[in-house]
Ligand binder design. Structure first.
Ligand code: TRP
Length: 455
């Protein structure tokens, strides 16, 4: 199979358009909803440190590898991997790596959409002033009344999925690119405002900073390390071909290394700001750091409920969060859509209907995990927890490991050198060492540790 010079879905109009779209894919619920609560559950500082190390030493090299493979292959992940393997006269079964990505994206989106739906519900609650003067107990019961009602969760999940599929059906330029341009700066501004508010809590703010940045390794378990590593993949949208498919639409002359580093920095900043906004409130109100997935929904309303103009800012914040989730959601489903269009020869619209419906259906499992199905446990986890665990902590790291092996060992040195086009030879060698040795070793060691094979 030969590879096309350009993707049939078109190209990003500029380097900026790509950075915006890929940052849009990276920044989402993972940064604002997930990072704070898993940092809380896993003891803070040491967890955050491992997470930051994983971003720098695994995340950035793997992101470069994904963009490189995508741009060289110019098709959906399945076909790109197969044609690159063919070209190097290697085993065409590498295409299965693309498959596992398509499946992981679909599984992740099914629960992602339900959480984004919760954020949508909060847009309306905020604007209508429900949070005014709310106490910690009040905020908890407001959240519980939402998640306890399957019909409401289902309705919001449906609305979010329909919107997502409408954007995706418009294609690369019409849909994906336009939806991210204003969002990032606005989200950043509101986060800064929230951190400013949190800084007024004085000693609690210091306590939060200590909690996030003072590593206490006695609180870090092997499981915690796996979760930190899994989250580094999750937050950068790596390990399943999303960034690969975005790379397929990237013009030739863009520096892959530079864009990867910018995206990783922006993404990390947003996550850290979210932590710095949320934890002071947790401490000031005597809440649990390990409160779990409801953490942002139970803390931020307290801040919005007590600041001047809080209803407005709160509404805006949740609105921006929904947009951020939206620009991530489209990247989760894009590999499947690109595959359906290229290999099944159906229209983009029809592909969206099929893939969107299947995702919506699977999402019911997560909807029920919060209420009538909270006791349907497998391996001690609800369906939502299981979907999240298997995708983020197993499928993404394994996907990342395979991508590292493919780009470091299967792809000829010439090919990666040419495609990455890094000017400094030393930096190219650094990338190659990270991708050939460090990334695979880190993923394997963490897995061995968690399974107890390695002590
Ligand atoms: N990175 C997004 C977030 O942090 C979620 C996401 C989008 C994602 N695309 C992905 C996660 C691909 C894993 C793989 O919210």
């Amino acid at each position: 199979m030969s590879r096309p010079a350009e993707s049939i879905h078109g190209q990003w109009s500029s380097r900026w358009a790509f950075i915006l779209a890929a940052t849009g894919a990276a920044v989402g619920l993972g940064n604002i909803w997930k990072f704070p609560y898993i940092a809380g559950e896993n003891g803070g500082g040491a967890f955050v440190l491992v997470y930051l190390l994983c971003i720098a030493c695994i995340g950035i090299p793997v992101m470069m590898a994904e963009i490189m493979i995508g741009r060289r292959g110019r098709q959906n992940p399945v076909n790109s991997l197969r044609s690159l393997a063919d070209e190097e006269k290697r085993n065409p079964h590498w295409e299965y790596l693309g498959w596992s990505g398509v499946i992981a994206g679909f599984l992740i989106l099914s629960y992602y959409s339900v959480i984004a739906g919760q954020a949508m519900a909060y847009v309306f609650r905020s604007f209508s002033g429900v949070f005014e003067g709310v106490t910690a107990d009040g905020a908890q019961s407001i959240y519980a009344s939402l998640t306890g009602d399957p019909e409401r969760l289902l309705a919001w999940h449906t609305v979010f999925m329909v919107f997502t599929m409408i954007v995706v059906s418009r294609g690369v330029k019409g849909g994906l690119e336009k939806s991210v341009k204003f969002l990032m700066p606005a989200l950043f501004a509101i986060l800064l405002l929230l951190v400013g508010y949190a800084a007024n809590t004085g000693e609690y703010f210091n306590q939060a900073i200590d909690f996030l940045f003072q590593p206490d390794f006695s609180k870090l378990t092997g499981e915690g390390i796996l979760i930190a590593m899994g989250h580094a993949f999750f937050t950068l949208s790596l390990g399943m071909g999303a960034i690969m498919v975005y790379g397929a639409y990237l013009p030739k002359d863009v520096s892959i290394a530079k864009v990867s580093i910018s995206i990783a920095i922006a993404d990390t900043l947003v996550a850290l700001l979210a932590g710095m906004a949320i934890f002071p409130l947790v401490f000031a109100n005597g809440l649990e750091v390990g409160a779990g997935p409801g953490l942002i929904f139970e803390t931020l309303p307290i801040a919005f409920g007590h600041m001047a103009g809080g209803a407005l800012f709160g509404g805006l914040f949740f609105l921006l969060l929904v947009f951020a989730a939206w620009s991530s959601a489209i990247s989760l489903i894009e590999p499947a859509i690109a595959w359906l269009v290229e290999n099944r020869n159906i229209s983009r619209k029809r592909a969206c209907v099929y893939a969107g419906f299947a995702t919506w259906l699977l999402g019911l499992l997560t909807v029920f995990s919060f209420n009538i199905g909270q006791h349907w446990l497998l391996f001690g986890k609800t369906m939502f927890e299981l979907l999240d665990y298997v995708t983020a902590n197993i499928m993404l790291p394994l996907g990342g490991l395979s991508i590292a092996i493919f780009s470091g060992w299967i792809l000829a040195k010439n090919s990666s050198q040419q495609e990455l086009a890094i000017q400094h030879p030393i930096l190219y060698h650094l990338w190659r060492i990270l991708i050939r040795y460090i990334t695979p070793a880190a993923v394997i060691v963490v897995f061995l540790k968690v399974t107890g094979i390695l002590n």
